[in-house]
Design a protein around this ligand. Structure first.
Ligand code: PEP
Ligand code: MG
Length: 911
């Protein structure tokens, strides 16, 4: 850290933009944040951007390192840039003739909509406000700007509650008999300003700062502080954005969208971010300031209507944004302000989009020859593909229920659940296993935790680019906004619509693609893509499927890693194959033991106290397992299938000790005796014998095969018999038999001898010769550390990163939930290591296993089958470390295909 701070000192910390030239450019997102680099790039391109400067993210780091202090040298650099800005603007901070007003905005590398703070109209004081009045000849506007500034500054910088200001504002409205805010005249607004200054004095214990330079320093520091507010931290946790990167601060000359009816402000996208359709999309408000649109307080007009109101500004906006899209080769999300019919661009960046839109846009941009397939792959966040697999409503069921109201379709998808009215309730109800719909008048950034757990978000106000809409789309949450017919009484926890009252807990369903809301629970149906894969819908009838497949085909052409699935049923294997898996990386045979009618046989095997009885039970299981394997091999169309011998501790197949004790007590209390009671008692005795203090470290994995070799024998026989039969039928399958939890080469040697012996027997009996492999899981650290020895016996390794994480950290995978969140809150761990591989620790163990294993056996086949196999960040690591394939659950296969392609191109989406 100290070294880094020293390096920072020598660098430029403030980057100017204005007069057609900028210090920065689009490639400087790390330092300037998304907003700063976009402003620089637009300035360089000669677009109408109000001048300003960006204080870099490095200064944010320094601010935190130096305990909320900014070194004098950086202050000087800011002052120099301020001078430059005054020159470019032709106005001076605090001037009574021509005062410069600036906005102070956050802007991190990754956009975090509404999570951090912004201050507008900075520079106003008791003198400058008169200057603004003289220059604009508009006293009302000047004093409205001043009161807004005091309110924002008071709230954000001095941390005074909004209510204190609201209270005074309402009082003045009442005393002047004003109905709307806009009814207040200059005199009344002067009164508001005077009252606001008193609020500041009493609540903050100081006068409202009159020195604009002091205002700027304080605002800058408040923006830096907002990087660490609770909602920003929560947002970064959800989106995996590192805490250390910090935010930049953009200081920019204010332009005003609120000077009258020839002014306005708006936001938009060059394509529809919900559907991906190529259409100019967005909205604007006449006579309003920037924040009004995003905050969702007033419902704005669709952007197309701007054409009628201000045709020239509209044409220029169309031309500029089209140019920006071509320049960035991606959909742009832009902000603009029109001041007295003059257009200014305030932001451009890659637009956030739904998974559906991402696929449509990526394939369209290739069709339009703006991108090559290899580049298009990088436009889609692999995780967002999951949204395309989410269910929709059954159209017949949906039609039957009357539509209660319609809102703006902000984020597609079918949502159904019980109504809650606060984000905290959404979290609490979900924890009780309920599915909820969060209904709000409007959502605010503080609601993020509730939005995250809800099935969908429904708001009464706000437009397609309001907070709820932006965040909903990004999360892939079905969302409807601006459903104005909802009369929401949040405190009474109910709303009225169409003459009906809906209370907390009542069911509501809505379709985020059409905007229809219905007051009932509605069954959903599989997504279009799943319908195609399940062959209930022809591929040629589904446009989105065709695009999805095209994108993944491109990904397949680029990736190096093979993609397999974790599957242990024939239908899972079929689905995984349809999703594009070409092999099974893990078939957990014990899952098959839970199949219908099998548990009693498995229990008989476990309860046997001698080998003969155990063999009898195993003989009953043999044909069932053989059928299982036959089905799985077939479902995978002859692709490689890795089958793991039994792994979990045996008690998992037996009833719980407490349950048995209750049953026995009940039988005894009712005076029953006989075979049932005796059976239960015998079971209890065996359950007690098998009891382990720490079953995860107990009698499981290879240890079972060593103590009960007849289980390995039976499973091998079932696998080889099934494979021989298929080979006879013409499907050449090469089974890969995998021994779990090996830490000693001798364990593997012991089991391999059994496998080889039984396989030879079966081949002799059937007269069919097949090829098969024997390998092991590397999931205990000793296995990785001695991988050179183990590779002398193993023909393949599959890293079991679930157990490997458990054993490397010493965190029980079943109990980690009790403390993980606190570890994350305290920043001891950034991510859940069971979800995304800990590259430093567990990753290092994997790397050792790879290197030692390949030292002994050059052609050792290497894969991973822990949960990390479907996690994009982990897939990047596994690609780098040189594994041959990753194996993930069937639904994660599309994510893994795309992530593997991006890994091969060495780019993470968002970078
Ligand atoms: C693992 O440990 O990573 C693994 C795949 O095995 P299981 O989850 O069945 O223990
Ligand atoms: Mg394991």
């Amino acid at each position: 850290m100290a070294k880094k701070a020293a390096a920072n000192k020598s660098r430029q910390h403030v980057y100017f933009f204005g007069d057609g030239k900028a210090d920065g450019n689009r490639h400087m997102k790390d330092l300037l944040g998304g907003k700063g680099s976009g402003l620089a790039e637009m300035t360089n391109a000669g677009l109408p951007v109000p001048p300003g400067f960006t204080i870099s993210t490095a200064v944010c780091t320094i601010y935190y390192e130096q305990k909320a202090k900014i070194p004098a040298a950086i202050d000087r650099e800011i002052e120099q840039n301020l001078k430059k800005l005054e020159k470019a603007a032709g106005a001076t901070l605090g001037s009574t003739e021509n005062p410069l007003l600036v906005s102070v905005r956050s802007g991190a590398k990754f956009s975090m909509p509404g999570m951090m703070d912004t201050i507008l109209n900075l520079g106003l004081n008791d003198q400058a406000v008169e200057g603004l009045k003289n220059r604009t000849k508009n006293g009302r506007f000047a004093f409205d700007s001043y009161r807004r500034f005091i309110q924002m500054f008071g709230n954000v910088v001095l941390e005074i509650g909004k209510d204190a200001f609201e209270h005074e504002f309402e009082a003045v409205k009442k005393s002047t008999r004003a109905k709307l805010d806009t009814d207040l005249n200059e005199k009344a607004l002067r009164e508001v300003v005077a009252r606001y200054k008193k609020v500041v004095k009493s609540k903050a214990g100081r006068d409202f700062p009159q020195d604009p330079h002091e205002q700027l320093k304080m605002a800058r520091d408040a923006v830096f502080r907002s990087w660490m507010n609770a909602r920003a931290i929560e947002y970064r946790r959800i989106y995996d954005i590192p805490d250390h990167i910090g935010t930049a601060v953009n200081v920019q000359m204010m332009v005003f969208g609120n000077t009258g009816d020839r002014s306005g402000t708006g936001v938009g996208f060059t394509r529809n971010p919900a559907t991906g359709k190529k259409e100019f999309y967005g909205e604007f408000l006449i006579n309003a300031q920037g924040e009004d649109v995003v905050a969702g307080i007033r419902t704005p007009q669709p952007i197309r209507e701007l054409e009628q109101v201000m045709p020239k500004a509209y044409a220029q906006l169309r031309q500029i944004t089209t140019r920006l899209e071509k320049h960035y080769k991606d959909v742009q999300d832009f902000e603009f302000t029109i001041q007295d019919e003059r257009l200014f661009m305030l932001q451009t960046r890659s637009g956030k989009r739904t998974g559906h839109a991402a696929v449509v846009i990526a394939t369209d941009l290739v069709a339009e020859k703006l991108l090559k397939p290899k580049e298009a792959i990088l436009l889609v966040d692999p995780e967002s593909l999951n949204q395309l697999l989410a269910p929709g409503f059954d159209p017949d069921e949906w039609k039957k229920i009357p539509t209660a109201t319609k809102g703006l379709p902000a984020s597609p998808g079918a949502a159904s659940g019980q109504v809650v009215f606060t984000a905290d309730d959404a979290v609490a109800w979900t924890q009780q296993g309920k599915q909820v719909i969060l209904v709000r008048r409007e959502t605010v950034p503080d609601d993020i935790h509730g939005m995250f757990v809800s099935q969908g978000i429904l708001t009464a106000t706000g437009g397609m680019t309001s907070h709820a809409a932006v965040v909903g789309r990004q999360m892939g949450k079905p969302s409807i906004v601006g459903a104005g017919a909802l009369e929401i009484a949040e405190s009474a926890k109910q709303f009225r619509v169409n003459g009906k009252t809906v209370k907390e807990g009542d069911y509501v369903s809505f379709d985020g693609l059409t905007g229809e809301v219905k007051l009932a629970q509605v069954a959903s149906h599989p997504s279009e893509i799943l319908q195609v894969l399940n062959k209930t819908l022809p591929a040629k009838k589904s446009v989105i499927y065709q695009r999805f497949e095209k994108l993944l085909d491109w990904a397949d052409g680029v990736r190096r890693l093979g993609i397999r699935a974790n599957a242990d049923q024939p239908d899972q294997a079929e689905l995984a194959y349809a999703f594009g898996a070409r092999g099974i990386g893990l078939c957990r045979t014990e899952h098959m033991f839970f199949g219908e009618g099998r548990i009693p046989i498995v229990q008989r095997m476990i309860l046997a106290d001698n080998e003969a009885d155990r063999r009898k039970a195993l003989a009953e299981l043999l044909p069932l397992q053989r059928e299982d394997f036959y089905g799985v091999f077939k479902g995978m169309h002859g692709m490689p299938v890795t089958i793991r011998t039994i792994d979990p501790p045996l008690h998992e197949f037996l009833p719980k000790r407490e349950d048995l004790m209750v049953d026995i007590a009940k039988l005894e209390a009712t005076g029953q005796s006989g075979p049932e009671l005796n059976e239960k008692k015998r079971l209890l005795q065996r359950v007690e014998q098998l009891h382990e203090f720490n079953p995860m470290l107990g009698h499981r994995g290879v240890r079972l095969g060593i103590t009960y070799p007849e289980i390995t024998e039976m499973q091998t026989r079932a696998i080889i018999e099934a494979a021989c039969r298929l080979n006879k039928e013409g499907m050449k399958v090469v089974p890969e038999i995998m021994i779990p939890l090996v830490g000693l080469v001798k364990e593997l040697r012991d089991q391999k001898a059994i496998v080889d012996r039984v396989a030879a027997d079966v081949m002799k009996e059937t007269g069919v010769k097949i090829k098969y492999l024997v390998g092991t899981m590397i999931e205990v650290p000793r296995g990785a550390e001695t991988a050179d020895q183990i590779a002398s016996e193993a023909e393949f390794f599959s890293f079991g990163t679930n157990d490997l994480t458990q054993l490397t950290f010493g965190f029980s995978r079943d109990d980690v939930g009790k403390f993980l969140r606190i570890y994350q809150d305290k920043k001891i761990l950034e991510k859940d290591p069971f979800a995304s591989i800990d590259t430093e620790g567990v990753g290092a163990v994997v790397r050792t296993g790879v290197q030692l294993g390949r030292k002994t056996r050059k052609d050792l086949k290497l894969g991973i089958c822990g949960e990390h196999g479907g996690d994009p960040a982990s897939i990047h690591f596994f690609d780098k470390v040189g594994l041959d394939y990753v194996s993930a659950s069937p639904y994660r296969i599309p994510v893994a295909r795309l992530a593997a392609a991006q890994a091969a191109l060495s780019v993470k989406v968002g970078d």
